[in-house]
Design a protein around this ligand. Structure first.
Ligand code: DAH
Length: 341
């Protein structure tokens, strides 16, 4: 029985060598130390041992049990250590590495310019009202004094939708939308997107932005002097206090008289260059006193109310202000371009 015990020990310790896997260790544990295991079996057969030898055999059996348990404990420790070391080396984090940079977004340059412009009008007391992109003929043309088949409509060829609707060709529909729902005094700017059947080019785009504005009050309160004051103030705030402004006679169906506003070329400061076609001036907007027919279209009595209106393209202004020479850049959404503003 003594030899049997020594054999059990020798075999178990041989199997519990340094390289034993967790599974092998568990197998040895069950086979040797388990309930129906080899050591238990020896204990049960103790009766077969002569009485005098029993204590020695019992001690030996317990000793072997403790040896094997100690061995298993030792192996389990080194297994845990190895596992820890493995996970540390595989999943290691180098806290000194630079992090993944999340690029910072920003507003589109056209939006930035539009907000700068609106800020100037808001400071002068104007209210911002957004109206609609899909419009009917009345609000885009007829109420703005474009008679049916009038050649002025051809200056603004639109995208027509079904049901007599179209994509607005200018933000002047905002004048009609606001005035027909409210009574003066009004000082309003209507920013927004406009659409025309133009080819995309260096100077034009079929989709672009405008800001329309108008101020209306009782006759004699909002005059042409106010128009000149407000718009000259806007031009100087936006392009710089050194710019010169000039008002030129023009034609629009919805204003009488109609005017165009020029500023001295911001690139050559009036000396003459390619951008201003060597005139020293750049046109920045159309404006004028609101036509009596427009007042009638929104049920205002033209003898009682008077006001001015203006409208201009945001991209054109952005080209000048940001010194960009191709409008297409604004719509290509190339981050290398956009990130510069
Ligand atoms: N709606 C005109 C356009 O798109 C711009 C304009 C000119 C608006 C004169 C006005 C104005 O209100 O008085 O070309």
């Amino acid at each position: 029985m003594k030899e049997q015990l020594e054999q059990i020990r020798a075999r178990a310790l041989a199997e519990l060598a340094g390289g034993a896997t967790a599974e092998q260790i568990e197998n040895v544990r069950v086979r040797v130390l388990g309930r129906g295991g080899e050591i238990t079996d020896i204990m049960r057969r103790m009766r077969e041992v002569p009485e005098a030898e029993r204590p020695a055999i019992g001690q030996l059996a317990n000793q072997i049990k403790r040896d094997i348990e100690a061995r298993i404990e030792g192996l389990a420790d080194s297994h845990r250590l190895a596992a820890l070391e493995k996970s540390l080396s595989e999943g290691s984090i180098d806290v000194t590495l630079p992090g993944v940079r999340i690029p910072r977004g920003r507003l589109h340059p056209v939006t930035q310019i539009m907000e700068q412009m609106l800020d100037i009008f808001v400071e002068m007391g104007f209210e911002i009202v957004f109206t609609r992109d899909i419009e009917d003929d009345f609000h885009n043309f007829a109420a703005l004094n474009f008679p049916p088949d009038h050649p002025a409509r051809e200056m603004q060829d639109s995208f027509f939708l079904s049901g007599g609707l179209l994509l607005r060709t200018h933000t002047s529909n905002g004048q009609i939308r606001v005035m027909e729902g409210r009574k003066p005094p009004l000082a309003v700017v209507c920013p927004g997107t406009c659409y025309r059947r133009d080819e995309l080019s260096v100077r034009a785009s079929p989709m672009f932005h405008q800001i329309e504005g108008f101020m209306v009050d009782r006759t004699g309160i909002v005059t042409m002097a106010n128009l000149k004051g407000v718009l000259a103030e806007f031009a100087r705030s936006f392009y710089g206090s050194e710019v010169a402004v000039r008002f030129r006679a023009s034609y629009f169906p919805f204003t009488e008289p109609s005017i165009e506003l020029d500023v001295s070329c911001v690139l050559c400061k009036g000396a003459g260059c390619r951008v201003c076609k060597h005139t020293g001036w750049t046109e920045i907007m159309g404006c004028g006193m609101i036509h009596p027919n427009v007042m009638r279209a929104v049920n205002y009595d033209p003898a009682r109310y008077q006001g001015f209106a203006f409208g201009f393209g945001v991209e054109r202004a952005a080209l000048l202000k940001l010194q960009v020479d191709d409008m297409r850049l604004f719509f290509e959404n190339d981050l290398r371009f956009l990130a510069q503003f």
